[in-house]
Design a protein around this ligand. Structure first.
Ligand SMILES: C[S@@+](CC[C@H](N)C(=O)[O-])C[C@H]1O[C@@H](n2cnc3c(N)ncnc32)[C@H](O)[C@@H]1O
Length: 297
């Protein structure tokens, strides 16, 4: 497994925001290529412990290579972060001082054309983060009723031409199943045409990825579990890349912090975004938003 190409986003902001100390126990719930994890390990020192979770077994292998020098203090597990409690229990760690959740996909996944995340890919239209019990994006586009396609394109893709894109998919799949990412990009391009700078399939691909991996449900389900797992004064940092995800985070954290006897406090009242320099260096960071909370009881 070659080294990760992924550049960790908002790295300094995450490390500062998590307020780490030497010997801490930390969970990186989306360890990816291990970029954030490496910086966390440097902060918690040789007696700290890091549990890295990723749904994607290739990511786990990449992280294993990258974090090799810390192998005695790192536990890596393939799994869905919604099972974080079970995974932490099985890994025999408790009193968690910090949890990081860096949502979305990594550059390694995007650039692996056999995964179907990129619309330039001739590979199968797969888009699953994991081989663990998910339906491929090709099954969604080839079998879902038109209305359901329109709904995800509108809701998850915020696509103005959702209905037209769905009609075109239905017409195309009657002739032959849509097998590759490029097939789908061509169908959408023919139906919707190019408006503005971005490829018309960009939003459709985003919507399909979110639906394939049930990304919004995962976030909503995991937040309470993560807060439960934290020790008092433990912190949770979440990076999101999509307005719907950020809305879920913002509303949940706000309502929890305003409860009568609140369990958490907001560390940053205003969302943290990458500085201009970071966006110039890594355009994939441009839509990133970071929110950090601390458990107070
Ligand atoms: C943006 S990348 C993380 C990059 C990482 N922070 C780094 O510095 O290399 C997001 C990762 O989350 C993983 N992921 C997405 N949904 C997940 C889920 N429900 N459970 C576990 N991992 C998930 C993806 O497979 C991907 O590797």
């Amino acid at each position: 497994m070659e080294k990760s190409q992924h550049i960790p986003v908002l790295l300094n902001e995450v490390i500062e925001g998590l307020n780490l100390s030497v010997n801490d126990t930390v969970i990186d719930a989306t360890v990816g290529g291990g970029g954030h994890a490496k910086a966390i390990l440097d902060k918690i020192g040789p007696k700290g412990t890091l549990l890295g979770i990723d749904w994607d077994k290739d990511a786990i292998e990449r992280a294993r290579v990258y974090l090799k020098e810390h192998e005695d203090q790192v536990i890596l597990k393939q799994g869905n972060y919604i099972d974080i409690k079970k995974i932490a229990y099985e890994s025999r760690i408790s009193k968690i001082n910090a949890i990081l959740l860096d949502l979305g996909l990594s550059r390694d996944q995007l650039k692996d054309f056999s995964r179907g995340f990129s619309f330039q890919a001739e590979g199968p239209l797969d888009m699953r983060f994991s081989d663990q019990g998910l339906t491929k994006a090709s099954d969604i586009v080839n079998t879902w009723p038109e209305n359901d396609l329109v709904q995800i394109f509108e809701e998850y893709g915020e696509e103005r031409h959702a209905a037209r894109a769905a009609q075109n998919i239905i017409a195309a799949r009657k002739l032959a199943p849509i097998e590759t990412a490029k097939d789908l990009a061509d169908v959408v391009m023919r139906g919707v045409g190019k408006h503005g700078r971005i490829h018309p399939a960009t939003r459709i691909f985003q919507a399909l990825r979110i639906a394939t991996n049930k990304e919004l449900d995962n976030v909503s389900q995991a937040l309470p579990e993560m807060i439960d797992l934290l020790a008092i004064h433990g912190r949770l940092a979440v990076i999101s890349f999509h307005s719907l995800e950020d809305r879920i985070l913002k509303q949940y954290f706000r309502s929890m912090s305003r409860a009568e006897d609140p369990k958490i406090t907001l560390i940053n009242k205003k969302v943290i975004k990458p500085a201009r320099e970071e966006i110039l260096e890594n355009s994939a960071s441009r839509s990133a938003k970071l929110r950090i909370i601390e458990k107070i009881r």
